[in-house]
Write a protein that binds this ligand. Sequence first.
Ligand SMILES: [Zn+2]
Length: 304
Amino acid sequence: MVKIASPATTHYGPPIASHNGLKVQVCFQCGYKHLAPLPNPDTITRFYADPDGFYKDAEQMFRIDANHHHMGLWDPLYRWETTQLFTHLGPATRIIDLGAGTGWFVKWWADNIGRAVGVEPSPVARSNSPVPARLFPTLPESARKFAGGNPVYLRARLVLEHLVDPVGFLKEAVGIPQRVKGIIVTTPNEWNPLQDRIVKRDGVGNWFIDKTHINYFDKQGLGVVLREAGFEPLGWYATHPLELWQLAGFKYIGDDQKGQRVHLARLNLEKRLGRVAFGLYKILFDRLGWGREIICVAKLRDTI
Ligand SMILES: [Zn+2]
């Protein structure tokens, strides 16, 4: 898809799918798929800062996640993400996690690599964090606390799909007073071949279309956002092809308990296989487009 104009003021393009009264369009103006119409940005900002918003009633989810972290089940992914940053962008010991949630990655980085802070608008997520003092509600506040002019990486995991203006968000992040080397971004990999097969054959419709899920990226659409924000993609990767479980008959879609078991199985697999798992995901993504999420490492142009 070719991006035609910026900033996007008029969104036009064919509708591609709908679910529960929500419609997704292929937007030629933005260069990626998103909800049509787009929600009001102020409504979205309030929703994420509201204790009754995105993380409402999430305490049980937080407890399960904390258990997984205490068991070291996320360490392989965090170690692998760090290796990709070092490999593509060279060494740096500081990182800002944009949309940090409860901040477990921030804690892991601070424990293992160097200095880390997170930006997280939700007071519920911040108050359930193992490192609440390292999380800040807004970007400027975290940048002031984190100043020093040292090289810094950015990380945005499962954030850009929730924003009305992902390009503007990234541009604000690179305007902080550090020397930004680059970013590692993770977003869902929408309408990948496995997901497409579930939509067409499993009777669950476009289950992933949701009012909090504004943008629907594939590799090309995410590349448009990153380039528009001033980044140059250097490496493309993917996470576990979760949809295989659904297609194999372990129907986790719409079943939270099964979903948790599938999630735990995936983490256990990565704990046992280590980097071999991520190498396998890379092959499946490159050859078949499989992978629940896309991961991209990108450098900020003209800075390194
Ligand atoms: Zn648009």
